[in-house]
Design a binder for this molecule. Structure first.
Ligand code: NAG
Ligand code: NAG
Ligand code: NAG
Ligand code: NAG
Ligand code: NAG
Ligand code: NAG
Ligand code: NAG
Ligand code: NAG
Ligand code: NAG
Ligand code: NAG
Ligand code: NAG
Length: 590
């Protein structure tokens, strides 16, 4: 609806805000809000396929690694689906939007990330913020739970590039562009009015968010990214690295032995940050000062159990990929030199046979999730277990054969892993790799980024986020010294390590803080100009449960003075321990 001559703007505004959900959530309003062909380049709507219906008393679906502060609240919203095609292609993309009641709408648009190989199929995550949310089928039925790895191959040797680009960045970019246009028309906002646009996601949802600021930088105002599973070629093949270490060294540690090494590491390194609270807040000091071989000879014991492990390192059960159940016998022994050698080689990271570094690794003190062995009750031995996260990536994305896992590591060496990474790097450089370090479009259009990563993440190495921050710093501010570059970055890109935290979650082994109010912080920054300098995080278990820790902004690091106070210090040696080059590759790795 447009203002009629004779109605003042004020009267019109009153008219709009007086509209109810049932006034706007009707097919005729939806259809008249669609862009006509040519308006959004590359997006042609099929108006006849639109749907609209009110959903009452809905609870809100969150995204991996974030929890909306709903307090059990429910919402009424307009559930709209739109269908579009790419001009000249007979493809069909369905997008779904959840539009709040006009009286709840706060001129915001919100995009939630998915996880694993799935885009989010839930559009409701923005409702607690008065925001319209959206989700996309990506052209392969992602809204109905089809996962990208299910469709990445048409058949052996035949890559589905359409699905690849859609999953990599295009589906979300188009959903956001179309959604923002549609939202303004749906609520009769002026085309020029500001629609604050947010993104929030963790793990692959973090990668997806990075894809948006790299490719659609001027569409987003505030982006919150946790533990991004980007640098895809290295990240995914690296899931096979621990198993390759075990095979190369010829030792398959009982899980209890590795668990003991981790626990002993946490115990030894916890105090190095100045407070003994069960949390390694300074894994860099642990790396610099702790000698893992000191654990050799310590006794370990784990009772027999039936346990489930989850793919992608999730402890909350958010993602099912690669999950498995196994029976473990009682494990009673002492930590061996071989066990420590395996652990140390994993922490040292992948190098080729010339000794050149190919990738970074998990921080010391993280669980060795990808190193889990499996018990063979016939031979009574612990044996190789290839995590299907990495195994499937190698079969489908590198070898292009339609198998869900590698069947063995026969003939596989560290050089093989580097070769797999190289193949995937070149193949997916402009799609899944998602490490373009030039964020100028996002920055110059006023975008704000909060990027965080658990310091004991056992799935996506924490240092992989540090490396990207360093790449952005050197590509965007090549002539500035560190202090100047950091000051410039802090105006729009803030990076935080979360002491002790695991993958997109708290850590059962370290009762540390976790940031839960990122959206509030971001809205305050974007809409009120209040720039944070620390990140609000709360301890949710253990002796210090309930304690609020304002996390240190990278590159400063926490140092506790007593049991109640820490400061954020600059420590060159610490930063150096997080800094890597990857000479095993002939091209830059950002
Ligand atoms: C817009 O494009 C779509 C798909 O190409 C087509 O089905 C539709 O008829 C077009 N609409 C108009 C008004 O031409
Ligand atoms: C929604 O919840 C309210 C409050 O519990 C209730 O009165 C109302 O009938 C519900 N509406 C529908 C459509 O279920
Ligand atoms: C939203 O609408 C679509 C299309 O009609 C439908 O498939 C879906 O179930 C609806 N969602 C809810 C929560 O009602
Ligand atoms: C390591 O610590 C965790 C948490 O306290 C405990 O559940 C586990 O059994 C310990 N592992 C070993 C080998 O003692
Ligand atoms: C573990 O093994 C040692 C040495 O064999 C034995 O002394 C101890 O009792 C065992 N512990 C448990 C809990 O079975
Ligand atoms: C060995 O494992 C198999 C498969 O998990 C199981 O069916 C069988 O009962 C196990 N045997 C023993 C002796 O535990
Ligand atoms: C694809 O390749 C794998 C590995 O060589 C093979 O096991 C499978 O049968 C092939 N599938 C088809 C449909 O040819
Ligand atoms: C493939 O992955 C599954 C799930 O992680 C695992 O159970 C299985 O052992 C793997 N297969 C091989 C041959 O390692
Ligand atoms: C930090 O978060 C807590 C809730 O976890 C909240 O009570 C507090 O006001 C927040 N502080 C800041 C500075 O945002
Ligand atoms: C802890 O240390 C800080 C910084 O040195 C100091 O300001 C504070 O008073 C100390 N608190 C306690 C309880 O000792
Ligand atoms: C800090 O807490 C630890 C463990 O709770 C306690 O042993 C120690 O005395 C405390 N230190 C200070 C300075 O209060």
């Amino acid at each position: 609806m447009r203002p009629q001559s004779g109605i003042s703007i004020t009267a019109f505004a009153a008219l709009v805000s007086a509209k109810s959900l049932s006034d706007v959530c009707i097919l005729s309003n939806v259809k008249s809000a669609l862009p006509s062909n040519g308006t959004l380049n590359g997006i042609n709507l099929i108006p006849s396929s639109s749907t609209a219906a009110i959903v009452y008393n809905a609870t809100v679906g969150g995204m991996v690694g974030a929890s909306a502060p709903t307090g059990g609240a429910t919402y009424n919203y307009c559930n709209v689906t739109l269908t579009y095609t790419h001009p000249g292609k007979d493809d069909v993309v369905v997008v779904k939007y959840a539009l709040p009641d006009p009286s709840d709408f706060k001129t915001r648009f919100y995009v939630a990330g998915g996880g694993g190989y799935s885009l989010s199929s839930d559009a409701t995550g923005g409702l607690p913020y008065g925001a319209v949310g959206g989700a996309s089928s990506a052209g392969y039925d992602a809204l109905n739970g089809v996962s990208y790895d299910d469709v990445v191959l048409y058949g052996n040797g035949s890559l589905n590039w359409d699905a690849t680009y859609m999953f990599a960045y295009q589906a979300l970019g188009e959903m956001t562009k179309l959604g923002k246009y549609f939202t303004k028309e749906f609520y009769s906002l002026a085309g020029t009015s500001k629609l604050y646009t947010y993104y929030e996601g963790c793990s692959d949802g973090g990668r997806e968010g990075m894809s948006q600021i790299q490719r659609y930088g001027d569409e987003y105002d505030g982006v919150i990214i946790g533990a991004p599973a980007f640098r895809f070629a290295q990240q995914q093949v690296n899931h096979v690295f621990p198993a390759t270490v075990e095979k190369t060294l010829g030792y398959y540690p009982p899980p209890c032995e590795l668990s003991k090494i981790v626990n002993a590491t946490i115990k030894a390194c916890d105090p190095l940050d100045g407070r003994t609270d069960g949390v390694i807040s300074r894994s860099d000091l642990c790396k610099l000062h702790f000698d893992m071989s000191s654990v050799i000879g310590q006794a370990y014991y784990c009772a027999a159990e039936t346990s489930s492990s989850l793919g992608f390192g999730f402890s909350g059960g958010a993602m099912g990929a690669g999950s498995q159940t196994s029976n473990k016998p009682v494990q009673n022994g002492t930590v061996t030199a071989e066990g420590v050698a395996v652990a140390q080689a994993i922490i040292d990271g992948l190098h080729n046979s010339k000794g050149e570094r190919a990738y970074l690794s998990w921080q010391i003190g993280s669980e060795f999730s990808d190193a889990a062995t499996t018990y063979n009750n016939e031979t009574k031995k612990w044996e190789l277990d290839i995590p299907s996260t990495g195994g499937e990536f190698v079969t489908k994305f590198v070898e292009l054969v339609d198998l869900d896992n590698l069947s063995s590591l026969d003939g596989v060496t560290y050089d093989t892993l580097v070769q797999w990474m190289t193949t995937a790097l070149y193949r997916f450089l402009d799609s899944l790799q998602t490490t373009l370090p030039d964020l100028s479009t996002f920055q110059s259009s006023g975008g704000k980024l909060i990027h965080y990563h658990g310091e004991s993440d056992p799935s996506v190495p924490t240092a992989s986020s540090v490396h990207y921050w360093q790449s952005v710093r050197s590509i965007m501010y090549p002539t500035l010294d560190d202090q100047q570059a950091q000051a410039q970055l802090a105006d729009w890109y803030q990076f935080y390590l979360v002491p002790g935290a695991a993958h997109c979650n708290t850590n059962t082994l370290q009762p540390g803080p976790y940031p839960e109010t990122n959206m509030e912080t971001m809205i305050h920054w974007v809409e009120n100009g209040v720039k944070p300098s620390r990140l609000n995080a709360t301890v949710s278990s253990g002796e210090y449960e309930g304690e609020i820790q304002m996390l240190c902004q990278w590159p400063t690091r926490p140092l506790w003075h007593n049991n109640s106070t820490f400061t954020c210090v600059n420590d060159a040696k610490s930063i150096e321990s997080w800094t890597y080059e990857f000479p095993a590759f002939k091209i830059p790795v950002y």
